[in-house]
Design a protein around this ligand. Structure first.
Ligand code: ADP
Ligand code: MG
Length: 696
């Protein structure tokens, strides 16, 4: 145990009370953890400002000059002290609202001083409220001062930002000598990294902005480094240690389908991804590939082609979807393609009757069934394949790693795994969360798609909206109206589905109009019935909650109306919009909201109106919600970095990834003496998550 692992109570100037508080307030228990309490910002006291150059947004400024006049103003109980300060060119007021008497005594007239504070601007009149005042000799030249987050309790115990800085300085002086370095000198020279000791010193007390940058770069690098190392090492291990099935040939099933039954020409992006998959499955290693593609980019056909490769090589394939509706749609769509080509497909969901289940089980075991599509029902222990060669998981973010693993266990060898995301996620996030997967991107939509026109409309323009819907329906199109999934609540004043439905029935009366409804509380059969009514064109309007978010495909539907759009997250809005624009008609997404919007809601709606690019939308979503929330709590732990940010540090992450790739190419076992310190730090960091056997 290095000394830095020793309890914080032993740090100079801490003691039992402060130690207990630090643990309570910030979870800081060791000296090392204390050192990782990085400043959240810095004040630059290396610069002096001239009063004339100041403006309302100058922020924190430092000025050299002197006080020429002191006045006490206001009624006795609301007294304030105002001092006039000049740098010889301009004047500014220093103001104290508290402690006037005491401050007045300490101020010296016509003596050189340095003042530091945050500009306040009141109707163009600038002042410095409660400035810090120094004698010019007290000012540390070129000092960038750290500002630490603290709490009321800590402040009461003398650990305000300045107090923390004082302790930090002592701790660094005393402890840094024994600090263990993670990266050897050779490694650091090669990658132009400063030492850990330097980085810690400079992150807290940077001599200059450049030193601070170097410190941040080193610390962020190290934070990304071990996550990348762990994931890439696992990936490598999977590739070398876990044997996968080898799909040697592209055979008759694939070729016949490709030349005679493919309903359209693949896009370049689809062709590229099929090639990448083909490249994986022929190697003898197990494929673990993530296909990222926007709504409507055509992931399904790519999955089907991959499944045909499995069949050509004598294996079965499975496609798992998160909801029954989506599984059913996949089944209907794929069956239409597979039947003419003589490929057998079946659907297995929770609501399949026992007799049908038995039939499927037999078909699977005998191998007469080639493709099985379904929900979670697929991973139940009773479902046994003769030889599952490929598992495709659609809309990945709803499945956990554990469920993925269960699919693997259906065989002696794990099947190849292809996961497809419902919504693109930012690249930095994909690299961090799915770093153990290979990633393919379908970044091209099939030709002839017109981008969906998106409008934002306030509630009060409902008549206009109704008129528009009537015209679209008269032209033979169909309309979705989606409500957020919220129980009726007077407080929230949200029009929930039921109220909305009744309103629509009045505005679009039978028999001229037909309205279908789907919501979460209906049985699968009821939902299916209503979906069919809409899909077959028997209903003009489909009123729904977000159950239709994924998968539904009705090309004749050209309008998506989203009620209370401010209530939806960005990725949900994007998913919903993806339900229209599937045919050749011009299509529309209309976001209806109340007039009052939070700034986040405004950003969401503006983003939707501005762009239809799912990758761009994902970036905005990550900025609004943070990486942890975007992925759900499951992964948020591993996405928490002390300093690095997946939003702002993409370039550093890319660089780290390349460095790790190179390291593993050169020395996958970390045997070289230069890499020993990396190995020991890795074990220290990941000993809880990864047993030694997984590392070596
Ligand atoms: P997603 O990527 O959202 O799962 P789908 O696979 O459901 O997208 O495809 C959306 C629609 O686009 C489907 O109707 C599909 O038949 C069609 N499609 C897919 N690829 C092409 C293509 N290359 N050319 C024309 N239409 C395509
Ligand atoms: Mg899909």
């Amino acid at each position: 145990m290095s000394t830095t692992q020793s309890p914080i109570v032993y740090a100079p100037g801490i003691g039992p009370d402060r130690a207990a508080l630090l643990a309570e307030e910030f979870g800081i228990r060791t000296i090392a953890q204390f050192m990782e309490h990085y400043p959240f910002r810095y004040v630059d006291k290396s610069q002096f400002h001239s009063i004339r150059s100041l403006h309302a947004h100058s922020g924190e400024v430092q000025i050299k000059g002197q006080i020429t006049k002191i006045n006490e103003l206001g009624a006795p109980r609301q007294q304030r002290l105002v001092a006039t300060f000049t740098d010889g060119e301009g004047f500014i007021e220093l103001i104290w609202f508290k402690g006037a008497k005491w401050v007045k005594k300490s101020l010296k007239l016509n003596t050189p001083l340095v003042v530091y504070g945050k500009i306040n601007d009141f109707n163009g009149k600038k002042s410095l409220p409660h400035p810090e005042i120094y004698a010019p000799t007290e000012v540390e030249v070129s000092a960038v001062e750290p500002v630490y987050s603290t709490t009321e309790k800590l402040t009461k115990r003398g650990l305000n930002s300045k107090g923390i800085a004082r302790v930090m300085k002592e701790v660094l002086k005393k402890e840094l000598g024994q600090f263990e370095e993670t990266f050897s000198e050779a490694f650091r020279t090669k990658h132009q990294l400063i030492s850990r000791t330097q980085a810690l010193n400079w992150i807290h007390f940077p001599p200059s902005a450049q030193h601070l940058e170097a410190a941040k770069k080193r610390i962020k690098f190290e934070e990304f480094f071990f996550l990348q190392l762990t994931q890439q090492r696992n990936k490598l291990r999977q590739k070398t240690a876990i044997k996968g099935y080898t799909f040697k040939e592209v055979g008759q099933v694939f070729l016949n389908f490709y030349s005679n039954h493919l309903p359209f020409e693949l896009t370049q992006a689809q062709k590229r991804v099929v090639k990448e998959i083909r490249g994986d499955v022929r190697t003898g290693a197990q494929m673990n590939r993530l296909v990222q593609g926007d709504v409507g980019s055509g992931k399904t056909i790519v999955a089907l082609l991959a499944m045909l490769l499995a069949i050509d090589n004598g294996y079965q394939a499975a496609l798992m979807a998160p909801t029954e509706i989506l599984a059913t749609q996949h089944y209907n769509g794929l069956k239409e393609l597979c039947d003419p080509a003589g490929i057998s497909v079946a659907l297995l969901t929770g609501s399949a009757p026992a007799a049908r289940r038995a039939e499927i089980h037999t078909g699977l075991k005998e191998g007469s069934l080639q493709i099985l599509i379904g929900t979670h029902a697929l991973i139940e222990p009773t479902v046994k394949f003769a030889n599952l060669g490929l598992a495709v998981i659609d809309e990945q973010h709803r499945f956990g790693v554990a469920q993925r693993a269960k699919l693997w266990k259906k065989n002696e060898h794990p099947p190849h795994v292809l996961v497809m995301t419902a919504t693109p996620i930012p690249r930095t996030l994909a690299m961090s969360v799915y770093g153990d997967l290979d990633i393919s991107v379908i970044d091209e939509l099939p030709p002839g798609r017109k981008p969906v026109k998106t409008l934002h409309l306030f509630d009060k323009n409902r008549l206009k909206l109704n008129g528009f819907m009537q015209r679209e329906i008269a032209a033979g199109r169909q309309v979705y109206v989606v409500f957020p999934l919220i129980e009726e609540s007077e407080k929230l004043d949200l029009k929930n589905l039921e109220v909305g439905y009744e309103q629509l029935l009045r505005d679009f009366p039978r028999p001229q109009y037909q309205i279908a409804v789907v919501h979460g509380r209906m049985s699968a059969a009821e939902k299916e019935g209503e979906m069919q009514r809409f899909a077959k064109g028997k209903a003009n309007i489909m009123v729904a909650t977000t159950v239709i978010e994924v998968g539904v495909n009705v090309p004749n539907a050209s309008v998506m109306v989203i009620e209370n759009a401010e209530r939806f997250g960005l990725s949900q809005l994007h998913q919903l919009r993806g339900r229209v624009g599937r045919g050749s008609d011009e299509s529309y997404c209309i976001l209806v909201s109340s007039f009052k919007l939070s700034s986040d809601a405004k950003t969401r709606l503006e983003t939707m109106v501005r762009t239809t690019d799912g990758f761009e939308i994902a970036e905005v979503d990550m900025q609004l919600r943070g990486p942890g929330d975007l992925m759900g709590t499951r992964q948020s732990g591993q996405l928490q970095f002390k300093l690095a940010s997946l939003i702002n540090d993409g370039p550093i992450l890319n660089w780290t990834k390349e460095v790790v790739e190179q390291l593993l190419r050169d020395d996958a076992q970390l045997i070289h003496p230069d890499h020993q310190s990396i190995k020991s730090r890795w074990i220290e960091l990941y000993k809880d998550q990864w047993g030694w056997n997984r590392i070596s």
